[in-house]
Ligand binder design. Structure first.
Ligand code: ADP
Ligand code: ASP
Ligand code: MG
Length: 406
């Protein structure tokens, strides 16, 4: 007998028929003698619908009330799953984020999990009751409902698994594992039997949305055994593991893309100490997460251009901040472009091999794809390109690094 956490995403919970399928899978684990906590997402499309209502009600809405609205999607599916399990003869009870509670920071709409009470829910599980927990929700000081940021149910599941000391955390989704790239845009993508925490973290942070970045961070820290697998078939999934558990190391493990960034070029920034600080300081204060940064060499005039990317949703706020700081920074004008995409290749094999970036530049160049910015880390190279080339670039790189399935 083991204690396990099963997490089901939006597609898996989309409608009563699919919830029945989820309930059968849960029942199977219960009948195998396991104590089960299930973490569920809202039905596919529901969170978008709720976000839309908030925007329609007021473009500049109170984030505390936004959280009250968008957390509702998961409340519905957790109740429905508990009803369905009960109808199948499986004792089950829902435990909403505020009822457990799952304590979070008060960063509404992207709150961080701080801890979770496990007493009563643990006792219920020991009595043989399935605990159904809505993902994405938490509770901040002052008893306000919070949400964890889009895709946050993965993080809820890992946090629940860590708190309940579960043997494993199974993330059921609409693909049967983690692939070398998004299988929806590259049919020749290969499923990985194992992926290291570190690579999964990089892949998630550069756009592979199969797991939310924070969930991988948490799994790595708390040593939670995570598996990604399909809700719709029984094929083996992908295990997220420590590096020493990967036998045959590839040079590149995966390719990811992100269409959620926008590019800003600040023209003619004075090339003197402190000017870059004057530029990025106000953006940091406004909570804008700057990603790629390129500073050009100075012109004869003593000025330089600085190009960087920000989340696309933060573009209006960033322009507003830069406009207000214009006199302090001393630039002449701003150029923006939100038709960009960031393409990244990730692999721990990069640490010991030269020429990885060059393969990327050559492959993209040979297809006429221009590179607008570059960033690297120890196990990742990212480039910014025109958005229209996203799929082509991902496919070309997947082939260039020998990742295509036979
Ligand atoms: P859920 O609703 O179950 O949380 P998500 O839509 O958040 O599911 O994540 C699953 C999706 O992630 C897949 O449908 C797939 O299109 C996408 N994806 C992106 N990159 C990858 C990858 N490397 N491997 C598998 N899926 C990926
Ligand atoms: N329902 C939330 C979202 O769509 C959380 C999740 O599904 O992980 O972002
Ligand atoms: Mg998801």
């Amino acid at each position: 007998m083991a204690r396990i956490v099963m997490k089901f995403g939006g597609t898996s919970m989309a409608g009563i028929e699919r919830i029945r399928n989820v309930a059968s899978r849960v029942k199977r684990e219960v009948e195998a003698g396991n104590e089960v906590a299930v973490v569920v997402s809202a039905m596919a499309g529901e969170t978008d619908r709720l976000v839309g209502f908030c925007r329609e009600a007021s473009p500049l809405h109170d984030p505390r009330e936004y959280d009250v609205v968008v957390a509702a999607g998961e409340q519905v599916t957790s109740g429905l799953l508990a009803i369905t399990l009960q109808a199948m003869g499986v004792p089950a009870r829902s435990w909403l984020g505020w009822q457990l509670p799952i304590h979070t920071s008060d960063a509404h709409s992207s709150a961080r999990i701080l801890g979770m009470e496990t007493g009563p829910v643990g006792e219920a599980m020991t009595r043989g009751e399935v605990a159904v927990i809505p993902g994405f929700q938490g509770l901040a000081d002052g008893n306000r409902v919070t949400t964890l940021g889009r895709g946050g149910s993965d993080t809820s599941a890992v946090a629940v698994a860590a708190a309940l000391k579960a043997e494993r955390c199974d993330i059921y989704t609409d693909v049967d594992g983690v692939y070398t790239t998004d299988p929806r845009i590259v049919p020749r993508a290969r499923k990985l039997e194992r992926v290291t925490y570190e690579e999964m973290l990089e892949l998630a942070s550069v756009g592979a949305k199969v797991l939310q970045t924070r969930s991988v961070e948490l799994a790595m820290k708390e040593k939670v055994r995570v598996q990604v697998l399909s809700s719709f078939n029984d094929t083996p999934g992908t295990f997220v593991v420590d590096e020493d558990e990967v036998v045959e190391q590839q040079l590149i493990t995966g390719v990811a893309y992100n269409r959620n960034e926008a590019k800003i070029t600040v023209v003619e920034v004075p090339d003197r100490p402190g000017s870059v600080g004057a530029l990025f300081g106000p953006l940091a204060e406004a909570n804008v997460n700057v990603d790629m940064i390129v500073q050009n060499i100075a012109h004869d005039t003593g000025n330089t251009d600085v190009t960087f990317t920000v989340p696309r949703t933060d573009l209006p706020k960033s322009l507003d901040v830069l406009d207000k700081a214009k006199a302090d920074i001393g630039y002449s004008r701003l150029i923006t472009d939100d038709n960009v995409a960031k393409i990244s290749v990730v692999g721990v094999g990069m640490r010991s091999h030269a020429g990885v970036a060059q393969t990327m530049f050559q492959a993209l160049g040979s297809r006429g794809i221009n590179i607008q910015a570059i960033t690297t880390s120890e196990i990742k190279v990212s480039v910014l390109i025109a958005e229209e080339y996203t799929e082509l670039a991902v496919r070309v790189l997947h082939t260039a690094y020998g990742l295509d399935a036979a």
